[in-house]
Design a protein around this ligand. Structure first.
Ligand SMILES: Nc1ncnc2c1ncn2[C@@H]1O[C@H](COP(=O)(O)OP(=O)(O)O)[C@@H](O)[C@H]1O
Ligand SMILES: [Mg+2]
Length: 363
């Protein structure tokens, strides 16, 4: 690897906060992320008869990272269209709040979507000189009035895609009937507004998306899987990600994370997001100690607790099993299926990614 692919060496003279900030902003493209992104973009550009997409994966695998990448790409792609039709909103994204005491708040949901649409408009306004005069949304308005405002905004702004993150919160409720009701509600919003809904969440989302026959016909799921220690292709890709991270840790001596691949793969549960969070914490301690590199001691110090590790692993395993059963039933096993042999990464050797915030080889 050439030196230029490492972090800017001037960072070594900068503050710990600046060095940490640099590493936090590093996003490494990897095979599973790229495959899910390609599948999602392909579907969102031409949604055909599908009105709802479920993007599922374990906690910390990178679902939010995937959402933000997809939003950015879709926004950039529609800039020419936007110049011709400035009122149009190609994509908006928001995060569902966890329900309070088991009660999901539709009011909170409507307000958050309205805010998300507003945010896109504000961004355009500053960038493209557009004018926006928002309806005054009074928090005390009735639920029905809020829903009408939302439908109005989605329809009139021709919001093509709404990305809903942490969408498992929509359906984490007791009883299949309530879950079905929630799904029918989302489906109805998608149909009335002609806005494709992309729901991102943990495998719990799968519990509901098969409940309604009508919904399954008009929905599709996309899996963002973790890396499995039993798959050679996965281990190879994980090592490549480790090598990219280690080159971007702004330390005097480059750490040898790839040598501890087995340990890091195991205790990150194969999730790149969990790995990244772990490395950020280890880097913070290393910088505080003024040490020249990250050692095994730093990693162990910030390893997931045993309880959390088991919880994440069990969640991932049962979700994967759920997906396998589901897809076997519906005869739609996909290439991202953990039970199948993953395809070999198609890496373009020597080709650098043009995006400034993305580093590492593109699969
Ligand atoms: N490919 C990646 N490269 C760098 N950092 C990543 C990558 N994927 C995830 N992260 C980081 O890991 C953390 C968790 O990822 P996130 O996308 O929030 O996971 P999820 O939404 O699946 O729980 C975030 O801080 C995110 O920025
Ligand atoms: Mg997330």
């Amino acid at each position: 690897m050439t030196q230029s692919l490492r972090f800017p060496q001037a960072l070594l003279d900068q503050s710990a906060a600046a060095r940490l900030h640099y590493f936090k902003n590093i996003t490494v493209p990897h095979r599973h992320l790229q495959a899910a992104l390609d599948q999602l973009l392909l579907n969102l550009r031409e949604p055909a008869d599908i009105s709802i997409f479920f993007i599922v994966g374990p906690s910390g695998v990178g679902k939010t990272t995937l959402r933000l990448r997809a939003e950015k790409i879709l926004l950039t792609e529609s800039l020419p269209e936007l110049r011709a039709n400035p009122a149009h909103i190609p994509v908006a994204g928001m995060e569902v709040a966890a329900s309070e005491q088991g009660k999901f708040s539709h009011r909170d949901y409507y307000m958050r979507v309205l805010d998300a649409v507003d945010e896109v408009l504000v961004a355009y306004k500053s960038n493209y000189g557009l004018h926006y005069s928002p309806d005054a949304i009074h928090p005390q308005r009735s639920l029905a009035a809020l829903r009408r405002s939302l439908e109005h905004v989605l329809r009139h702004r021709q919001v093509k895609t709404l990305m809903v993150d942490e969408a498992h919160h929509l359906v984490m409720m007791a009883g299949a009937r309530q879950m079905l009701q929630q799904m029918n509600w989302i489906k109805s919003m998608a149909n009335i507004t002609q806005t494709t809904h992309a729901l991102f969440g943990t495998y719990e989302l799968l519990n509901c998306c098969r409940l309604s026959g009508q919904l399954s016909r008009r929905s599709e799921d996309i899996h963002l899987p973790r890396y499995q220690k039993h798959s050679q292709a996965d281990v190879t890709e994980f090592i490549r990600v480790l090598q990219t991270f280690q080159r971007h840790l702004p330390l005097a001596t480059e750490p040898t994370l790839d040598q501890w691949c087995e340990y890091l793969l195991e205790y990150s549960v194969g999730c790149i997001g969990i790995l990244k969070t772990w490395l950020i914490r280890a880097l913070r301690t290393t910088l505080t100690e003024n040490a020249s590199t990250i050692t095994m001691k730093h990693l162990q110090q910030h390893q997931l607790s045993v309880a959390r590790f088991h919880q994440l692993q069990e969640e991932a395993e049962s979700g994967e099993q759920h997906l396998i059963n589901d897809r076997t039933d519906t005869g739609q096993l996909s290439a991202s299926q953990p039970s199948q042999k993953p395809s070999t990464p198609k890496r373009q050797v020597g080709k650098r990614n043009p995006k400034r915030d993305l580093v590492g080889g593109q699969s």
